[in-house]
Design a binder for this molecule. Sequence first.
Ligand SMILES: Nc1ncnc2c1ncn2[C@@H]1O[C@H](COP(=O)(O)OP(=O)(O)OP(=O)(O)O)[C@@H](O)[C@H]1O
Length: 166
Amino acid sequence: MDMCLAEAARREELEVRTLNAEQTRIRDEVLSGKNTFITGAAGTGKTVLLRSIIKALYERYADEPETVAVTASTGVAAVNIAGITLHAFAGVGLGHGSASRLAEMIEGNPRARDRWLFLQVLIIDEKFYKLVDDIRNGRLSEELLAKLDALSRTVIYPDGRRPTEL
Ligand SMILES: Nc1ncnc2c1ncn2[C@@H]1O[C@H](COP(=O)(O)OP(=O)(O)OP(=O)(O)O)[C@@H](O)[C@H]1O
């Protein structure tokens, strides 16, 4: 299947329910551009909310789909939201090496470079206990997050776009 059709089909899978008042308030905050950390007990509607946010962002940026990156730290979690892994998005392999070395890796990979250049919204779906576990075990280290943060500000934006805030 053509890649664009495959991507469209995956996005169609993001079934959206009618949000309750709290979900609507949080979705509106995210869509207004606020950096948001969404957390809550099991079964409180985070996934339904996230899918609604992703669908709204894909609709908003329908002409510029590369503006929105939907990621998770594992492949299985990424499939749940029709996304990709954070590492695959970033184009930094296993994330080893200094931030400047990773920046070189990105510069040498036109597709990864474009992903960073056009990015406006980065979504990371992760279970909180797993995030803590991954950080403890070095799978998603604080060091890597700091490097991604540094990279997001070192990329040059020739078209005057704002740097991505992580
Ligand atoms: N606004 C809503 N209207 C109707 N049903 C909803 C709504 N929000 C969530 N649900 C339902 O509640 C259940 C739990 O929602 P969801 O899976 O989004 O929770 P969650 O917080 O992601 O859970 P977990 O942390 O266990 O993954 C699901 O069956 C979902 O369909």
